[in-house]
Design a protein around this ligand. Structure first.
Ligand SMILES: [Zn+2]
Length: 256
């Protein structure tokens, strides 16, 4: 069972204090109460809503109450005998947080698509420690293939949103070719007006062979335009960089 770094540090310092005999359990227990007259109110963990009261101070019962009902707090306060901490299992407090399936799926998609984490990051021990309890709580199974399905569903949704945005509008297309680490990518971007503002959206990033023909590239561009239901008579202009192949590609797209 994994033991949190902070809590083990806390235990050992408590053990040292007790070894030096600085405070008895009764003294610590007293400090964990709110005292009004002769009444002792349990106050070791104010957030617990505990209503335990002692009319007459009885340190034995009080320490027992703390150990049984407020294990974690009692451990932190040093209310367990030395050497006992390791034997007892660590109690992790349940907390009420607002999270649902949608938030969880959105977050995992963003980790991969926006923050460039690899798909196998969900197998990383640290990320699993944080994410698995949430996945259990929202009853979701996280796997490489599930995440691929979520990402592709999200991409399809975005495609249909963009198709609606561009419907019946004039659109300027910009083609960029980029090469990195021996891979060649054709970027297809669209510029159009949306709610009085000019927006630029990426329609596609297509991996191509550097020596692809202009006809092949033209077909890839037309294929991408079809995904968004873009008609050729909506295309206002096509901008390309100076590559001769790209210029030839555009010449093969007959605008009007
Ligand atoms: Zn209590």
């Amino acid at each position: 069972m994994p033991i949190g770094v902070n809590s083990s540090v806390g235990c050992s310092s408590m053990q040292r204090k007790r070894a030096h005999g600085r405070k008895s359990f009764a003294e610590i227990a007293k400090e964990c109460c709110k005292i009004e007259g002769i009444k002792y109110y349990c106050a070791i963990d104010p957030d617990s809503g505990c209503t335990y009261i002692q009319e007459n101070f009885d340190s034995g019962n009080l320490v027992r109450h703390f150990r049984n009902k407020h294990k974690t707090a009692a451990e932190i306060k040093g209310l367990f005998p030395d050497g006992n901490q390791e034997k007892r299992s660590r109690v992790i407090t349940k907390r009420l947080v607002s999270v649902d399936k949608r938030t969880y799926v959105e977050g995992t998609i963003k980790l991969v698509t926006q923050h460039n984490l690899p798909l196998n990051c969900f197998q990383w021990e640290g990320l699993k420690m944080l994410l698995d309890p949430i996945a259990d709580a929202v009853n979701i199974k996280v796997s490489r293939s599930n995440i691929k399905v979520w990402i592709s569903a999200a991409a399809n949704k975005l495609k249909s949103i963009m198709a609606v945005e561009m419907k019946h509008k004039l659109v300027s297309i910009k083609l960029d070719s980029a090469s990195r680490h021996g891979r060649h990518v054709l970027g297809i971007n669209a510029q159009y007006e949306l709610n009085g503002k000019l927006v630029i959206r990426t329609l596609g990033m297509i991996e191509v062979d550097q020596r692809q023909t202009a006809v092949f590239l033209r077909d890839k561009v037309l294929e991408t335009l079809r995904v968004y239901d873009l008609k050729l008579d909506q295309i206002f202009s096509i901008t390309v960089d100076n590559g001769s192949n790209m210029v030839a590609t555009v010449k093969k797209i007959n605008l009007r």
